[in-house]
Design a protein around this ligand. Structure first.
Ligand code: NDP
Ligand code: F7E
Length: 308
């Protein structure tokens, strides 16, 4: 990407989009264009068509999406399918129509088959049944990946798809029901600590395993791949390490200084038992994460405390 290139970061107020924006600024890009969802609703086909025709961006990071944790995905099934399909259809198609030089689409580790062998290799996509709680989201994301591949095959567009693992970081969503597990547990443990409560409720059995990547590391990888990756096949982004939800809760309790009990709520779903990324393809290209989990939780907690 040339330093004077016009780069559209879709979803720049979100956790991932804001990290990509910070990374681009740090690298010296000055022509970054953004719109909030109030200024440009990416579900609106005409509005997106007009925006691309007027702005003609050179590069696009598509980090706008309907996003949430296990409960949000399972509850708002229609919204996750419709909104994500609409956003990605509009952005990817108009990127093609307006000659965007390169576009990055973000998938997610939760769109691999529920019972895929571990660690998850890129070619396991579409080899088995999806996890029920996030099936609508996964169907939309798989369509986005296939759309990038199809526009490359038919029209020669340099559209790439990356597959991030579970993320956390600055500007995360700490909603009690709709957030992902890591921000949810930061909030619950914090509230238990300041209110002198003896217990924190952890959803499910605590046995599922998850891998976590700090959003600024993801942004660094996205920037690296935007410079160095031009293939139709998707590429995993993660750390290659995971832990149980119980151990995650214990680690968050340790970092935040909470010494009460963890109580497991079996009425809540566990979701996918494990989704550890095989990151050998990314490592072979020369990229590795920098922020380890304990440090990342500490950074995220500082952000949480400054915003709540
Ligand atoms: N969080 C995670 O653990 C993971 C995320 N990902 C992927 O990363 C990407 C970003 O996720 P994340 O940053 O966590 O999500 P956030 O919810 O933090 O941010 C999403 C952004 O999308 C924008 N957006 C949503 N709907 C619309 C719309 N209709 N029109 C315009 N903009 C819209 C929002 O804009 P505004 O703020 O202006 O309303 C918001 O800034 C997504 O593609 C997601 O699937 C992949 C793996 C894991
Ligand atoms: C990134 C990925 O995120 C989603 O998948 P997920 O990894 O299953 O999501 P999660 O982070 O919400 O939960 C992880 C695990 O943690 C447990 N858990 C415990 N206690 C809380 C808790 O308090 N909140 C939440 N949310 N989960 C909890 C929870 O029961 C589950 O076993 C996809 O829908 C999909 O959208 C996607 O892309």
């Amino acid at each position: 990407m040339e330093k004077n290139a016009k780069i559209y970061v879709a979803g720049h107020r979100g956790m991932v989009g804001s990290a990509i924006y910070r990374k681009l600024q740090k690298e010296g890009y000055e022509n970054i264009i953004t719109r909030t969802s109030e200024e440009l609703d990416l579900r609106n086909q005409q509005a997106v068509t007009d925006f691309f025709a007027a702005e003609k961006p050179d590069y696009v990071f598509l980090a706008a999406a309907k996003v949430g944790g296990i409960e949000a995905n399972n509850t708002y099934r229609a919204d996750f399918l419709y909104e994500n399909l609409a956003i990605q259809n509009n952005v990817i198609h108009n990127a093609y129509v307006n000659g965007v030089k390169k576009l990055m689409f973000l998938g997610s580790s939760c769109i691999y088959p529920k019972m895929a062998p571990q660690p998850l290799k890129e070619d396991y996509l579409l080899t088995g049944t999806l996890e029920h709680t996030n099936e609508p989201y996964a169907i939309a994301k798989i369509a986005g990946i296939k759309m990038c591949d199809a526009y490359r095959a038919q029209y020669g567009c340099n559209f790439i798809s990356v597959m991030p693992t579970n993320l956390y970081g600055f500007n995360d969503n700490y909603h009690p029901q709709n957030s992902h597990v890591l921000p949810a547990l930061i909030r619950k443990v914090h509230e238990a600590k300041v209110n002198d409560k003896k217990e924190v409720v952890v959803w499910g059995s605590g046995a599922p395993m998850r891998e976590f990547l700090f959003a600024d590391d993801l942004a660094d990888a996205c920037y690296f791949l935007m410079q160095n990756y031009n293939e139709p096949n998707l590429i995993n982004i993660g750390t290659g390490h995971d832990l149980t939800i119980k151990d995650l809760a214990l680690l968050i309790a340790a970092v935040l200084g909470f010494d009460g009990e963890l109580v497991f709520d079996a009425t809540k779903p566990d979701g996918t038992p494990r989704k550890l990324m095989d990151v050998s393809k990314l490592h072979s290209l020369g990229w590795k994460h920098k922020i380890e989990l304990r440090e990342g939780i500490s950074l995220a907690y500082q952000d949480f405390e400054s915003r709540y």
